[in-house]
Structures are given as structure tokens and as C-alpha cells.
Ligand binder design. Structure first.
Ligand code: SF4
Length: 62
């Protein structure tokens, strides 16, 4: 799987980054961004948790 953050929906709450900082990080305009690479298998559960926890449903699996 890969993760994608819709920058227009992200409200910069930081939850996804605190859940999985290996995949999510702050972009230059202080929105969350996801690594472009495939999510390592051992981090897929954490990414799923981030997807479900995001208050604006900005994160999707692609
Ligand atoms: S959890 Fe959602 S709203 Fe919060 S920083 Fe991550 S993508 Fe943005």
C-alpha cells in the first residue's frame, strides 16, 4: 500500500505524524505529507490507524 494526504483537507493536527512518524511528516507549508514510497509491511497497521484517526479524513490508501 501507499498513503496519500489531501493537503486541502489536512488541518495540521499532527495526529498521523504522532501515530506513524516513519511514514508521515510535515511539509514545508506545515501540512502532513506521506512518503511517496510503498509503506513497509510492518507499518501498514499504523498507517491504517492514522487513516481511521484523521479528523478530516484527509488520508487515503492509494
Ligand atoms: S491526522 Fe489528518 S488532519 Fe491531522 S495532520 Fe494528519 S492528515 Fe492532517
Amino acid at each position: 500500500m501507499k498513503a496519500y494526504v489531501d493537503q486541502d483537507l489536512c488541518i495540521s493536527c499532527g495526529l498521523c505524524i504522532s501515530i506513524c512518524e516513519e511514514v508521515f511528516f510535515w511539509s514545508d507549508d506545515e501540512k502532513a505529507e506521506a512518503i511517496e514510497e510503498e509503506v513497509p509491511q510492518e507499518l501498514e497497521n499504523a498507517v491504517q490507524e492514522a487513516i481511521e484517526s484523521c479528523p478530516t479524513e484527509a488520508i487515503s490508501e492509494v
